[in-house]
Design a protein around this ligand. Structure first.
Ligand SMILES: Cc1ncc(COP(=O)(O)O)c(C=O)c1O
Length: 362
Protein backbone atom coordinates (compact mmCIF):
# COMPACT_ATOMS: atom_id res chain seq x y z
CA UNK A 1 0.00 0.00 0.00
CA UNK A 2 1.31 3.49 -0.83
CA UNK A 3 1.47 5.90 2.06
CA UNK A 4 0.72 9.59 1.40
CA UNK A 5 1.38 12.32 3.93
CA UNK A 6 -0.97 15.33 3.85
CA UNK A 7 0.52 17.01 6.91
CA UNK A 8 0.51 20.82 7.02
CA UNK A 9 3.95 20.77 8.61
CA UNK A 10 6.37 19.29 9.26
CA UNK A 11 5.41 18.18 5.78
CA UNK A 12 6.32 15.36 3.41
CA UNK A 13 9.81 15.47 1.92
CA UNK A 14 10.39 14.96 -1.82
CA UNK A 15 10.86 11.28 -2.78
CA UNK A 16 14.61 11.15 -3.46
CA UNK A 17 15.64 13.22 -0.47
CA UNK A 18 15.55 10.59 2.25
CA UNK A 19 17.38 8.17 -0.02
CA UNK A 20 20.16 10.67 -0.64
CA UNK A 21 20.34 11.37 3.08
CA UNK A 22 20.76 7.64 3.76
CA UNK A 23 23.42 7.31 1.07
CA UNK A 24 25.43 10.24 2.39
CA UNK A 25 25.01 9.59 6.08
CA UNK A 26 28.38 7.96 6.70
CA UNK A 27 30.43 9.84 4.16
CA UNK A 28 29.24 13.27 3.21
CA UNK A 29 31.14 14.96 0.36
CA UNK A 30 34.20 12.77 0.97
CA UNK A 31 34.62 13.91 4.59
CA UNK A 32 34.40 10.33 5.86
CA UNK A 33 31.72 11.38 8.33
CA UNK A 34 28.13 12.68 8.41
CA UNK A 35 27.17 16.26 7.66
CA UNK A 36 26.04 16.57 11.28
CA UNK A 37 29.60 16.10 12.50
CA UNK A 38 31.36 18.50 10.16
CA UNK A 39 32.38 21.99 11.27
CA UNK A 40 30.37 24.84 9.81
CA UNK A 41 33.75 26.50 9.17
CA UNK A 42 35.01 23.57 7.07
CA UNK A 43 35.49 24.05 3.31
CA UNK A 44 32.90 21.33 2.63
CA UNK A 45 30.24 23.05 4.70
CA UNK A 46 31.12 26.49 3.33
CA UNK A 47 30.62 25.04 -0.15
CA UNK A 48 27.18 23.76 0.88
CA UNK A 49 26.28 27.23 2.19
CA UNK A 50 27.29 28.76 -1.11
CA UNK A 51 25.36 26.10 -3.06
CA UNK A 52 22.26 26.79 -0.97
CA UNK A 53 22.45 30.49 -1.63
CA UNK A 54 22.93 30.08 -5.36
CA UNK A 55 20.07 27.57 -5.60
CA UNK A 56 17.78 29.94 -3.72
CA UNK A 57 18.83 32.85 -5.95
CA UNK A 58 18.26 30.93 -9.15
CA UNK A 59 15.00 29.19 -8.13
CA UNK A 60 13.38 32.42 -6.93
CA UNK A 61 15.27 34.76 -9.23
CA UNK A 62 16.63 36.80 -6.30
CA UNK A 63 18.86 39.69 -7.31
CA UNK A 64 21.92 40.99 -5.47
CA UNK A 65 19.78 43.83 -4.10
CA UNK A 66 18.48 41.27 -1.62
CA UNK A 67 20.20 39.50 1.24
CA UNK A 68 19.34 35.87 1.87
CA UNK A 69 19.37 35.00 5.56
CA UNK A 70 18.83 31.65 7.23
CA UNK A 71 17.62 32.38 10.72
CA UNK A 72 17.31 29.63 13.33
CA UNK A 73 13.83 29.17 14.76
CA UNK A 74 10.42 29.27 13.18
CA UNK A 75 8.33 31.81 11.32
CA UNK A 76 6.86 32.90 14.61
CA UNK A 77 10.21 34.32 15.67
CA UNK A 78 9.93 36.61 12.65
CA UNK A 79 6.68 37.98 14.07
CA UNK A 80 9.00 39.68 16.60
CA UNK A 81 12.21 40.11 14.59
CA UNK A 82 10.49 41.91 11.73
CA UNK A 83 9.09 44.83 13.77
CA UNK A 84 12.23 44.89 15.96
CA UNK A 85 14.41 45.36 12.89
CA UNK A 86 12.25 47.45 10.62
CA UNK A 87 10.25 49.55 13.07
CA UNK A 88 10.37 50.89 16.64
CA UNK A 89 8.04 51.27 19.64
CA UNK A 90 7.26 54.87 18.71
CA UNK A 91 6.72 54.15 15.01
CA UNK A 92 3.81 52.59 13.21
CA UNK A 93 3.37 49.50 11.06
CA UNK A 94 0.35 48.25 9.12
CA UNK A 95 -0.91 44.67 9.35
CA UNK A 96 -3.53 43.14 7.15
CA UNK A 97 -5.11 40.18 8.89
CA UNK A 98 -7.15 37.62 6.99
CA UNK A 99 -6.41 34.44 8.88
CA UNK A 100 -4.92 32.70 11.88
CA UNK A 101 -1.22 33.30 11.19
CA UNK A 102 -1.71 36.93 10.20
CA UNK A 103 -3.59 37.38 13.47
CA UNK A 104 -0.67 36.00 15.51
CA UNK A 105 1.81 38.16 13.60
CA UNK A 106 -0.33 41.21 14.35
CA UNK A 107 -0.56 40.34 18.05
CA UNK A 108 3.20 39.86 18.45
CA UNK A 109 4.12 43.00 16.52
CA UNK A 110 2.20 45.10 19.06
CA UNK A 111 5.04 44.52 21.52
CA UNK A 112 7.50 46.30 19.22
CA UNK A 113 5.64 48.95 17.23
CA UNK A 114 2.42 50.92 17.00
CA UNK A 115 0.43 48.46 14.92
CA UNK A 116 -2.46 49.62 12.80
CA UNK A 117 -4.72 47.24 10.94
CA UNK A 118 -6.21 47.87 7.52
CA UNK A 119 -9.67 46.99 8.77
CA UNK A 120 -11.33 46.51 12.14
CA UNK A 121 -8.68 45.06 14.47
CA UNK A 122 -9.44 41.41 15.15
CA UNK A 123 -9.98 40.42 18.76
CA UNK A 124 -9.03 37.27 20.67
CA UNK A 125 -10.13 34.51 20.77
CA UNK A 126 -9.36 34.01 17.12
CA UNK A 127 -12.31 33.54 14.76
CA UNK A 128 -11.67 31.70 11.46
CA UNK A 129 -11.89 33.99 8.45
CA UNK A 130 -13.39 33.27 5.05
CA UNK A 131 -12.24 36.16 2.88
CA UNK A 132 -9.19 38.26 2.06
CA UNK A 133 -10.81 41.15 3.96
CA UNK A 134 -11.71 44.48 2.35
CA UNK A 135 -9.95 47.70 3.22
CA UNK A 136 -9.64 51.21 1.87
CA UNK A 137 -6.18 51.84 0.51
CA UNK A 138 -6.42 55.57 1.14
CA UNK A 139 -6.91 54.89 4.86
CA UNK A 140 -3.51 53.22 5.16
CA UNK A 141 -1.06 55.33 7.15
CA UNK A 142 1.51 56.20 4.52
CA UNK A 143 4.09 57.10 7.18
CA UNK A 144 4.16 53.55 8.56
CA UNK A 145 7.35 51.50 8.26
CA UNK A 146 5.83 48.59 6.35
CA UNK A 147 2.70 46.65 5.38
CA UNK A 148 2.54 43.00 6.50
CA UNK A 149 0.33 40.19 5.24
CA UNK A 150 0.28 36.39 4.92
CA UNK A 151 0.20 35.14 1.33
CA UNK A 152 -1.35 31.78 2.19
CA UNK A 153 -3.40 31.22 5.32
CA UNK A 154 -2.60 27.60 6.03
CA UNK A 155 -5.54 26.80 8.33
CA UNK A 156 -8.33 28.44 6.38
CA UNK A 157 -6.96 27.54 2.93
CA UNK A 158 -7.09 31.17 1.76
CA UNK A 159 -4.44 32.40 -0.66
CA UNK A 160 -3.71 35.75 -2.24
CA UNK A 161 -3.50 35.40 -6.02
CA UNK A 162 -2.51 39.04 -6.48
CA UNK A 163 -0.49 41.52 -4.47
CA UNK A 164 -2.32 43.56 -1.83
CA UNK A 165 -2.23 47.31 -2.38
CA UNK A 166 0.00 48.67 0.41
CA UNK A 167 -0.41 52.33 -0.51
CA UNK A 168 3.28 52.43 -1.36
CA UNK A 169 4.49 50.97 1.96
CA UNK A 170 7.27 48.38 1.80
CA UNK A 171 5.58 45.00 1.50
CA UNK A 172 6.55 42.29 4.03
CA UNK A 173 5.08 38.84 3.67
CA UNK A 174 4.83 35.62 5.62
CA UNK A 175 5.15 33.02 2.84
CA UNK A 176 5.68 30.09 5.16
CA UNK A 177 3.15 27.83 3.48
CA UNK A 178 3.50 28.79 -0.18
CA UNK A 179 7.10 29.76 -0.84
CA UNK A 180 8.53 27.69 -3.73
CA UNK A 181 5.04 26.45 -4.62
CA UNK A 182 4.44 29.18 -7.23
CA UNK A 183 6.40 31.83 -9.02
CA UNK A 184 6.81 35.19 -7.28
CA UNK A 185 8.50 38.46 -8.12
CA UNK A 186 10.85 39.07 -5.20
CA UNK A 187 11.31 42.67 -6.36
CA UNK A 188 7.72 43.40 -5.30
CA UNK A 189 8.68 42.86 -1.67
CA UNK A 190 10.87 44.52 0.93
CA UNK A 191 11.01 41.36 2.97
CA UNK A 192 9.76 37.78 2.67
CA UNK A 193 10.05 35.06 5.27
CA UNK A 194 9.16 31.39 5.40
CA UNK A 195 10.03 28.68 7.88
CA UNK A 196 11.51 25.57 6.33
CA UNK A 197 9.34 22.64 7.40
CA UNK A 198 6.81 22.82 4.56
CA UNK A 199 8.58 23.43 1.27
CA UNK A 200 12.19 24.07 2.28
CA UNK A 201 13.10 20.94 4.17
CA UNK A 202 12.71 20.39 7.89
CA UNK A 203 11.95 22.51 10.96
CA UNK A 204 14.67 24.63 12.53
CA UNK A 205 15.33 27.44 10.07
CA UNK A 206 13.49 30.34 8.52
CA UNK A 207 14.43 31.77 5.17
CA UNK A 208 14.44 35.59 5.22
CA UNK A 209 14.82 37.45 1.94
CA UNK A 210 15.32 41.13 2.64
CA UNK A 211 16.11 44.11 0.45
CA UNK A 212 19.51 45.33 1.55
CA UNK A 213 18.37 48.92 2.02
CA UNK A 214 16.03 47.72 4.80
CA UNK A 215 18.92 46.42 6.91
CA UNK A 216 20.31 48.29 9.90
CA UNK A 217 17.24 50.53 10.24
CA UNK A 218 16.29 49.69 13.78
CA UNK A 219 16.50 52.47 16.35
CA UNK A 220 16.88 50.49 19.54
CA UNK A 221 19.45 48.06 20.80
CA UNK A 222 18.26 44.65 19.84
CA UNK A 223 19.94 41.33 20.65
CA UNK A 224 22.83 40.59 18.29
CA UNK A 225 21.21 37.33 17.26
CA UNK A 226 17.92 39.02 16.46
CA UNK A 227 19.49 41.63 14.22
CA UNK A 228 19.19 40.86 10.50
CA UNK A 229 22.44 42.74 9.91
CA UNK A 230 24.30 40.14 12.03
CA UNK A 231 23.04 37.39 9.73
CA UNK A 232 23.93 39.38 6.64
CA UNK A 233 27.43 40.21 7.83
CA UNK A 234 28.24 36.65 8.90
CA UNK A 235 26.65 34.61 6.13
CA UNK A 236 23.99 33.47 8.65
CA UNK A 237 26.70 31.72 10.66
CA UNK A 238 27.57 34.22 13.41
CA UNK A 239 27.07 31.40 15.88
CA UNK A 240 26.93 27.67 15.07
CA UNK A 241 24.02 27.25 12.66
CA UNK A 242 21.74 24.18 12.56
CA UNK A 243 23.93 22.51 9.95
CA UNK A 244 21.73 19.48 9.38
CA UNK A 245 18.72 21.69 8.61
CA UNK A 246 20.81 23.63 6.06
CA UNK A 247 21.80 20.35 4.47
CA UNK A 248 18.18 19.17 4.26
CA UNK A 249 17.25 22.47 2.64
CA UNK A 250 19.98 21.93 0.09
CA UNK A 251 18.65 18.46 -0.80
CA UNK A 252 15.12 19.81 -1.26
CA UNK A 253 16.26 22.78 -3.36
CA UNK A 254 18.34 20.49 -5.52
CA UNK A 255 15.29 18.30 -6.11
CA UNK A 256 13.26 21.36 -7.18
CA UNK A 257 15.93 22.29 -9.65
CA UNK A 258 16.00 18.78 -11.08
CA UNK A 259 12.21 18.85 -11.49
CA UNK A 260 12.35 22.04 -13.57
CA UNK A 261 12.17 24.69 -10.85
CA UNK A 262 9.35 26.65 -9.28
CA UNK A 263 7.41 26.98 -12.53
CA UNK A 264 7.04 23.19 -12.71
CA UNK A 265 6.03 23.08 -9.04
CA UNK A 266 3.37 25.70 -9.68
CA UNK A 267 1.91 23.83 -12.66
CA UNK A 268 1.79 20.60 -10.71
CA UNK A 269 0.29 22.27 -7.63
CA UNK A 270 -2.42 23.95 -9.69
CA UNK A 271 -3.31 20.67 -11.38
CA UNK A 272 -3.46 18.84 -8.05
CA UNK A 273 -5.58 21.55 -6.39
CA UNK A 274 -7.98 21.84 -9.35
CA UNK A 275 -8.59 18.10 -9.37
CA UNK A 276 -9.32 17.98 -5.64
CA UNK A 277 -11.53 21.10 -5.58
CA UNK A 278 -13.46 19.83 -8.63
CA UNK A 279 -14.19 16.60 -6.86
CA UNK A 280 -15.28 18.39 -3.67
CA UNK A 281 -17.45 20.90 -5.55
CA UNK A 282 -19.25 18.11 -7.42
CA UNK A 283 -20.10 16.28 -4.23
CA UNK A 284 -23.02 16.86 -1.83
CA UNK A 285 -21.18 14.94 0.85
CA UNK A 286 -18.04 17.13 1.02
CA UNK A 287 -17.73 20.89 0.83
CA UNK A 288 -15.14 23.64 0.81
CA UNK A 289 -16.30 27.02 2.19
CA UNK A 290 -13.72 29.28 0.56
CA UNK A 291 -14.63 31.47 -2.41
CA UNK A 292 -13.10 29.87 -5.51
CA UNK A 293 -11.14 33.06 -6.38
CA UNK A 294 -9.13 32.91 -3.16
CA UNK A 295 -8.71 29.21 -2.62
CA UNK A 296 -5.31 27.94 -1.61
CA UNK A 297 -3.47 25.76 -4.08
CA UNK A 298 -1.56 24.07 -1.28
CA UNK A 299 -3.92 23.69 1.70
CA UNK A 300 -7.37 22.32 0.89
CA UNK A 301 -9.74 22.29 3.87
CA UNK A 302 -13.00 20.36 3.47
CA UNK A 303 -15.94 19.43 5.60
CA UNK A 304 -18.13 16.36 5.70
CA UNK A 305 -21.88 17.02 5.52
CA UNK A 306 -22.21 15.21 8.84
CA UNK A 307 -19.57 16.15 11.46
CA UNK A 308 -20.36 12.99 13.37
CA UNK A 309 -18.53 11.02 10.67
CA UNK A 310 -15.25 12.93 11.16
CA UNK A 311 -13.60 10.41 13.47
CA UNK A 312 -14.57 7.52 11.21
CA UNK A 313 -13.25 9.36 8.16
CA UNK A 314 -9.92 10.01 9.87
CA UNK A 315 -9.55 6.44 11.12
CA UNK A 316 -10.45 4.89 7.74
CA UNK A 317 -8.28 7.28 5.72
CA UNK A 318 -5.35 6.62 8.02
CA UNK A 319 -5.83 2.87 7.54
CA UNK A 320 -5.89 3.47 3.78
CA UNK A 321 -2.43 5.10 3.97
CA UNK A 322 -3.70 8.68 3.76
CA UNK A 323 -2.06 10.39 6.71
CA UNK A 324 -2.68 13.62 8.64
CA UNK A 325 -5.98 14.77 7.13
CA UNK A 326 -7.37 16.29 10.33
CA UNK A 327 -8.14 20.01 10.05
CA UNK A 328 -6.62 22.46 12.55
CA UNK A 329 -8.70 22.70 15.73
CA UNK A 330 -9.36 26.41 15.18
CA UNK A 331 -11.14 25.63 11.90
CA UNK A 332 -12.35 22.03 12.23
CA UNK A 333 -13.15 19.55 9.47
CA UNK A 334 -10.42 18.06 7.31
CA UNK A 335 -7.44 19.55 5.50
CA UNK A 336 -5.28 18.09 2.78
CA UNK A 337 -1.96 19.91 2.57
CA UNK A 338 -0.70 19.21 -0.91
CA UNK A 339 2.68 20.92 -1.00
CA UNK A 340 5.41 20.37 -3.58
CA UNK A 341 6.41 16.91 -2.38
CA UNK A 342 2.87 15.50 -2.58
CA UNK A 343 2.48 13.76 -5.95
CA UNK A 344 -0.60 13.65 -8.17
CA UNK A 345 -0.94 9.97 -7.23
CA UNK A 346 -1.72 11.12 -3.67
CA UNK A 347 -4.61 13.25 -4.94
CA UNK A 348 -5.94 10.32 -6.97
CA UNK A 349 -5.72 8.04 -3.94
CA UNK A 350 -7.45 10.61 -1.74
CA UNK A 351 -10.30 11.14 -4.20
CA UNK A 352 -10.78 7.41 -4.62
CA UNK A 353 -10.95 7.01 -0.84
CA UNK A 354 -13.38 9.92 -0.47
CA UNK A 355 -15.66 8.44 -3.16
CA UNK A 356 -15.73 5.06 -1.43
CA UNK A 357 -16.33 6.65 1.98
CA UNK A 358 -19.21 8.68 0.55
CA UNK A 359 -20.82 5.56 -0.96
CA UNK A 360 -20.57 3.80 2.38
CA UNK A 361 -21.96 6.64 4.48
CA UNK A 362 -24.12 8.95 2.35
C1 LIG B 1 1.60 30.82 7.24
C2 LIG B 1 2.29 30.35 8.49
N1 LIG B 1 2.98 31.24 9.21
C3 LIG B 1 3.61 30.88 10.33
C4 LIG B 1 3.58 29.58 10.79
C5 LIG B 1 4.32 29.24 12.04
O1 LIG B 1 5.50 28.63 11.70
P1 LIG B 1 6.59 28.16 12.77
O2 LIG B 1 5.99 26.97 13.46
O3 LIG B 1 7.78 27.84 11.95
O4 LIG B 1 6.81 29.28 13.71
C6 LIG B 1 2.89 28.62 10.06
C7 LIG B 1 2.86 27.22 10.53
O5 LIG B 1 2.14 26.39 10.03
C8 LIG B 1 2.22 29.02 8.89
O6 LIG B 1 1.54 28.14 8.16
Amino acid sequence: MSIYNFSAGPAALPPGVKKQLKNELDDWRGTGTSVMEVSHRSPEFKALMADNESLLRSLLNISDDYAILLVPGGARLQYAMLPMNLSAPNRSTVYHVNGYWGFLAYQEAQKFSQVKTTNKPPTAPYQPQHSLGDYRVKDIDSSADYFHYTSNETLEGIQWHHLPDSNGLPLCCDMTSDIMTREIKVDDFAMIYASAQKNLGIAGLTLVIIRKDMLGKHQNNIPTLMDYATFEQHGSAYNTPPTFVWYMMYLVLQWYQQQGGVKTMQQLNQAKANKLYDFIDNSDFYSNRVDSAIRSEVNVPFWLADDKLNEQFLADSNDAGLKALKGHKAVGGMRASIYNAVPMAAIDALIEFMETFEKQHA
